[in-house]
Design a protein around this ligand. Structure first.
Ligand SMILES: *Cc1c(COP(=O)(O)O)cnc(C)c1O
Length: 416
């Protein structure tokens, strides 16, 4: 089954072999990393297309290179689909990825040294929301909010009091390890009170928003940034949506502020992903992702696991393995051997280090694309439990046995 495209095999057998092995790996394992997915063959075809051969610095109708007869309508189509899908006044589809999209927001609204309020990284925020090691934390003045120790949830009273004390120019909401619904209206009220620009970073949940399975930030936030490759199920890329009043500043920040030529093959694939995401079947997908995550959380709770915030509202679950006596890293490595792909993650107030934290982050976007349903989630919870127990005792035979059972289930659910 794993036939690599022959031009690649002929030119570069080494890369062809790695590609073939990766296709096989993605087919065999249960991929539970919540930021990952499987794109459709149509998205893949657009990604690997001759649009990659074309330079087009600028925006449609205002380019610095000739030969834009097809790229101009392509980018116009992608941006129009983005506006329509999310109900936004403006869309820029050129950011190379989620991190550059967020950096463009800083460039549009902040001078170096000015204050940005974001969620702390170990509490579930993203590096680009002002964490120390990121340019956003080094070149600007970051202040932070987290989650409550007792609930594992964001406390808007805390966000408001930090905002009132620190007077940020920009406030970020959204994150990478937030298992609960983001209260965009609540954040918007705080941003309005302190005169800050509210940025909703929906990188993780964009597909849920598009599919109606998470409230939309568009009516509340001045700017919405998102990747296109997580729940939205498109190519690796990003978009910035905004109100018209911010369009010029954001467009200028992306080009010429930060980037040169847009990646036109990615733009093509974003356009395809957006048209897929506008279909009724995508609404079903988004709701199935959430239903599967809820079922997986129930299966883990029933087996005595501690989940940050006690469960999930979205596609993502954060397990605190402290009571299991294994670290997140040891568990993630054991699960990988057992054919279950996850990532270790800090949990709020984690006493361990980020390189060997207490938590494990899992999610259902990719397995839901494979067609797994609620009934399969209890199987997954059972396998996770066996593998975590085996991690504690170093029982490799059990891990290999689980890997076979996982592969049998996944074989019933073909990759798109
Ligand atoms: C994934 C993610 C990003 C960054 O996206 P990259 O494409 O990896 O640069 C930004 N913000 C949030 C909340 C994310 O989850």
């Amino acid at each position: 089954m794993t036939v690599a495209p022959s031009p690649l095999a002929g030119t570069d057998p080494e890369v062809a072999a790695l590609l073939s092995a990766e296709e096989d790996r993605q087919r065999r394992v249960a991929r539970l990393i919540p930021s990952e997915n499987y794109v459709s063959p149509a998205v893949l075809a657009a990604t690997g297309s001759v649009f990659t051969n074309k330079y087009s610095e600028g925006y449609p109708g205002r380019r610095y290179y000739e030969g834009q007869q097809n790229v101009d309508p392509l980018e116009t189509l992608a941006a129009g689909r983005a506006r329509a899908l999310f109900g936004a006044e403006h869309a820029n589809v050129q950011p190379y990825s989620g991190s550059p999209a967020n950096l463009a927001v800083y460039l549009a609204f902040l001078q170096p040294g000015e204050t940005v309020l974001g969620m702390s990284l170990p509490m579930g925020g993203h590096l680009t929301h002002g964490w120390d090691v990121s340019a956003t934390g080094r070149w600007f003045r970051p202040v932070r909010y987290g989650v409550r120790r007792d609930t594992g949830r964001i406390d808007l009273d805390e966000v408001r009091s930090v905002a009132l004390a620190e007077r940020p120019k920009v406030i970020f909401c959204g994150g990478t390890a937030v298992p609960r619904t983001i209260d965009f209206a609540g954040f918007a009220a705080i941003a309005a009170e302190v005169g800050a620009v509210l940025v909703a970073d929906i990188a993780h949940i964009a597909g849920l928003v598009a599919g109606g399975a998470h409230p939309s930030p568009v009516p509340h936030a001045d700017v919405v940034t998102t990747t296109t490759h997580k729940t939205l199920r498109g190519p690796r890329g990003a978009m910035i949506l905004s109100r018209s009043e911010h369009a010029k500043a954001l467009d200028r920040a992306v080009f010429p502020g930060l980037q040169g030529g847009p990646h036109n093959a990615t733009t093509a694939a974003i356009a395809v992903a957006l048209t897929e995401a506008a279909r009724p079947s995508f609404r079903d997908y988004a709701h199935a992702v959430v239903a599967n995550a809820a079922a997986l959380a129930d299966g883990l709770l029933a087996r005595g696991y501690d989940l940050v915030s006690g469960g999930t509202d979205n596609h993502l679950i954060l397990l605190d393995l402290t009571s299991r006596g294994v670290s997140g890293k040891v568990a993630a490595q054991a699960l990988d051997r057992a054919g279950i792909e996850t990532n270790y993650n800090t949990v709020p107030y984690d006493p361990r280090t980020p390189f060997d934290p207490s938590g494990l982050r899992i999610g259902t976007p990719a397995v839901t694309t494979r067609g797994l349903g609620v009934a399969d989630m209890d199987l997954l919870a059972g396998w996770i439990d066996r593998a975590v127990a085996a991690a504690g005792t170093g029982d490799a035979a059990t891990l290999d046995h689980v890997a076979k059972e996982v592969a049998d289930l996944m074989a019933e659910h073909p990759v798109p």
